[in-house]
Design a binder for this molecule. Structure first.
Ligand code: CAA
Length: 261
């Protein structure tokens, strides 16, 4: 499948999606969102790939949000809601992928760009990256889950501060607030993302996929229900070939060879 607005590469266990509209600071128009969805769907069926890195082309921006000229041409609330649903659909799919998703934030991650990063499992950023949810300055609310995911990651106060001021904050401040996990110099960002992806790929595939699912689904449950869910997954994993292999490898002081079952 060939793409016009993204670059989609797979190298053994690691996939990389680069949003590739640098002249528009990688803003997400509907064609780009469609391509993102198609790439993510391909990965859902790929058992070899263990991690997905998402980044932006060029040095300036990860993604500067929804394409504002497209928003400007919306003519009905139905059309607006459909635009919102389109990336939500991609973000839900990212959340359900067995692969670990890593946003490598190489510059501005604003509005929908920050929302795309927030839909990933891990966020790393270059030192000069900035994030923010400036939608109210355009007359909108964040339409791709940004307010709500920031609220869950960093609390209601931080969500209200970012959304109501629309302020852009540096990566260092976002890291302090728990919105970014790691910051590295720009020249090291993609290497660092690959290192993280390689680290992930060393662990058991099924356990990794279920750990991600536990955290994602658990976040929507009461602690008691989430622990019951954890209990079931733990039991399920205890009788897999991978747990026999992982524990035997530990006892025999050798590297494990995973089968993903
Ligand atoms: N949509 C469409 N085009 C965009 C864009 C966007 N979100 N962001 C930047 N561009 C375009 C600019 O129009 C400009 O194009 P031209 O060269 O053709 O004029 C080009 O990218 C470069 O941008 P700037 O000249 O503005 O670059 P700058 O360095 O002066 O500023 C910036 C950089 C601060 C990121 C600024 O571009 C900016 O504020 N962009 C918009 C950020 C924003 O408001 N994002 C939220 C979008 S709404 C949203 O995401 C809704 C949602 O939740 C679903």
């Amino acid at each position: 499948m060939s793409f016009e607005h993204i670059v989609f590469e797979i190298n053994e266990q690691i996939a990389v999606i680069t949003v590739n509209r640098p002249k528009a600071l990688n803003a997400l128009n509907s064609a780009t969102i469609r391509e993102l969805g198609q790439a993510v769907e391909q990965l859902a069926h790929n058992t070899q790939v263990r991690a997905l890195i998402i980044t932006g082309a060029g040095e300036k921006a990860f993604v500067a949000g929804a394409d504002i000229s497209e928003v400007n041409s919306i003519e009905s609330s139905l059309q607006g809601s459909q635009m919102s649903e389109a990336l939500h659909d991609v973000l839900w799919k990212l959340g359900e992928l067995p692969q670990v998703t890593i946003a490598a934030i190489n510059g501005f991650a604003l509005g929908g760009g920050f929302e795309l990063a927030l839909g990933c499992d891990i966020r790393i950023a270059s030192e000069q990256a900035q994030v923010g949810l400036p939608e109210v300055g355009l007359g909108l609310v964040p339409g791709w889950g940004g307010a709500l995911r920031v609220q869950r990651l960093a609390g209601t106060g931080v969500a209200k501060y970012l959304v109501l001021t629309g302020e852009r904050i540096p990566a260092s401040e976002a890291q302090r607030l728990g919105l970014i996990e790691k910051i590295v110099p720009a020249s090291e960002l993609l290497d660092e993302a690959h290192k993280l992806a390689t680290k992930v790929a060393k662990n058991a595939p099924l356990a990794t996929a279920l750990a991600k699912r536990l955290i994602n689904r658990g976040a929507e449950m009461s602690l008691r229900d989430a622990i019951a869910y954890e209990n079931g997954l733990f039991g399920q994993l205890c009788v897999t070939e991978d747990v026999k292999e992982g524990t035997s490898a530990f006892l025999e002081k050798r590297a494990a060879k995973w089968q993903g079952k």
